[in-house]
Design a protein around this ligand. Structure first.
Ligand code: 3UK
Length: 573
């Protein structure tokens, strides 16, 4: 099928066919035509089918219908093409907090046949520069409030030639340019396999990895998890914390509501307190956020029970059984857990409220299949820990990157997670394959110790890592944030150690405990275990999801997995 891209940068840097995963298109809803543009599907078609006057995106003081959003996207697409010289296939950096205007910019790039490179608001110039270099970004649309770091980066990046700022009242701003162009814009007739987004992974070290996703992939994720697991109604109001630069947020707060005629509240800042206000002020019914945020929100169970919320989705990191129980107790709602990945674009294992099982992520989402394999790629029997391997309509394509051969093996996507499947086909998360602690020959999964600690009433948050130890190779060390009023003293540490010994196999207890004021997390809410105990892991410093300085103890080369299962299940001495 003929690409619409005049700039063939992305197509020229796709992994060769034999290094890509196998793709599954068995379901009737996954039969895509050769020509497909996701903006034509999600925006133009929505209006053609009569949703033009329905609410679509809301933000501080704004309430745009589907027709309003298309009007803005069409004008921005004209500015991109006529004023900024965009040709199909060019990369456009997007930089803004979650706002209706960011949504309009995203759709404008789709309509113009460009490739959107959305970036996390907290990124600094150095990190933006790495992204611009890797993706050879030529254009940028940026919220004026976030201009500084982009200006610094652009100064170092000659490829980035055309930048426009919005929320800019001046004559040079995007809004003024939009006013000079009439809608409508003729959406570019892209091929279904033209790349439309480059999503950078929240990887921890090294050169950032960009995953490539097609117009077809965007439509495929709408046809899988939301259609089969979330099943939203057109009257649902979505809200949540993940930035649109994180594909969890792009799907949950923009693509999925729009695929079902629903609407989304886009919050510029989404701390638990701000989420709580947003849910109340906008009457939100569907919440997307990370496990830690659910733990914090659970303190406001009464307000939430009295409100409009009816569906709650947790992703980004493992959902502890204690958090699931706490949320149910506080709000009466059952959490929908789902594991997704930037490489897979969105969620591929999940369970709805009726099928949720504490301690399990769920079963493969219709359209996907999953198995647990050993180091050689052979399927392991149920109840054995190994590497998670998945296939579906989407999959990993790293832009020009040798690490493709690590993520995709024999046509399967290896997510880097250690899982086991139970006898009923439910998948149970254990740890990242590189977060296994090996102490005196025993394999200990960090999250399991964290879960045990979280069951203790004195613990607000915790992170568990292995630290080197002359005698045992590694020992288990816990970093603990105490609940207000708890004393960070040796007696508390001992009480926590005894509690873990009584809760899980005693050999897993943390031999070292350090009390801290907060834990290092990415902008997407993931605990950064590799920063625990390192001087740069300053309490309270918001960390971004970009490559940190080199010299970090963890690298992207996956270790071969030690004999999972057998040893991990040994009885303690
Ligand atoms: C971990 C989970 C256990 C897991 C993501 C939903 O998180 C997303 O993408 P990332 O590329 O990270 C992927 C990795 O995060 N993880 C995510 N969800 C869960 N572990 N239970 C979960 N429910 O290690 C995975 O390999 O940042 C999540 C949708 C889109 C996404 N990109």
């Amino acid at each position: 099928m003929a690409s619409a891209h005049i700039d063939t940068f992305a197509r020229d840097r796709l992994p060769p066919a034999e290094m890509q995963p196998a793709y599954l298109f068995e379901l009737p809803e996954l039969q895509f035509p050769d020509r497909l543009n996701c903006a034509a599907e999600l925006l133009d078609r929505a209006i053609a089918s009569g949703w033009g006057d329905r609410p679509c995106v809301r933000g501080a003081g704004l309430r745009w219908t589907y027709a309003d959003l298309r009007d803005r996207a069409d004008r921005i697409a004209h500015v991109l093409v006529a004023d900024m010289g965009l040709v199909p296939g060019n990369r456009v950096l997007l930089r803004a907090p979650n706002t209706p205007m960011l949504a309009a910019c995203w759709f404008a790039v789709m309509k113009a046949g460009g490739i959107a490179v959305a970036t996390m608001p907290l990124l600094r110039a150095k990190e933006l520069q790495a992204i611009v270099d890797k993706a050879e970004v030529s254009h940028a649309l940026c919220d004026l409030r976030l201009a500084d770091e982009l200006r610094t980066a652009a100064g170092e990046c000659p490829v980035l030639r055309r930048v426009r700022y919005f929320n800019d009242p001046s004559d040079a701003g995007l809004e003024a340019a939009m006013a000079r162009h009439p809608a409508p814009f003729d959406t570019v007739d892209t091929a279904a396999d033209d790349t439309c987004i480059l999503a950078f992974t929240s990887g921890t070290t090294g050169v950032p990895k960009a995953t490539m996703h097609f117009h077809r992939d965007v439509m495929a994720i709408c046809a899988c998890w939301p259609r089969h697991v979330l099943r939203p109604s057109p009257d649902d109001v979505f809200i949540g914390s993940p930035p649109m630069a994180f594909t969890f947020g792009l799907g949950g707060l923009l693509l999925f509501p729009m695929a079902f005629g629903a609407s989304a509240v886009l919050l510029e800042k989404a701390s638990p307190a701000q989420l709580l206000d947003g849910i109340r002020d906008f009457g939100a019914t569907v919440l997307f956020t990370a496990p830690t945020s659910y733990r914090a929100l659970a303190a406001h169970g009464e307000a939430l029970r009295a409100g409009t919320l009816r569906r709650c989705v947790s992703a980004g990191e493992a959902l502890p059984a204690a958090t699931r129980a706490l949320w149910r107790q506080a709000t009466g709602l059952v959490l929908i857990d789902g594991i997704g990945a930037t490489e897979m674009l969105h969620i591929f294992i999940s369970a709805d409220e009726a099928h949720a099982r504490p301690g399990a992520t769920g079963v493969p989402v219709p359209g996907y299949r999953a198995r647990v394999v050993d180091a050689a790629g052979r399927t392991l029997p149920p109840r054995t820990v190994g590497r998670l391997a998945v296939q579906g309509p989407t999959g990993c394509r790293y832009l020009d990157d040798a690490r493709q051969a690590q993520y995709v093996q024999d046509g399967w996507n290896l997510t880097g997670d250690a899982y086991l499947m139970d006898d009923d086909g439910y998948f149970h998360y254990q740890s990242r394959t590189d977060d296994m602690i090996i102490s005196a020959g025993y394999n200990i999964a960090s999250p399991e110790v964290e879960e045990a600690l979280l069951l203790h009433p004195a613990v607000a948050e915790c992170g568990v890592v292995g630290v080197s130890d002359a005698e045992r190779g590694q020992i288990v060390k816990a970093f603990v944030v105490l609940q207000p009023g708890q004393a960070p003293c040796p007696d508390t540490a001992r009480a926590l150690q005894d509690f873990v010994k009584r809760t899980v196999a005693p050999y897993k207890y943390p031999r070292a405990i350090e009390f801290v004021a907060s834990l290092p997390r990415t902008e997407t809410g993931k605990l950064q275990r590799f920063r625990l105990g390192h001087p740069d892991a300053a309490a309270g410093t918001p960390a971004c999801a970009a490559p940190p300085a080199s010299g970090s103890p963890r690298n992207d080369t996956p270790r071969s997995i030690p004999s999972f299962g057998s040893e991990a299940r040994k009885v303690a001495r």
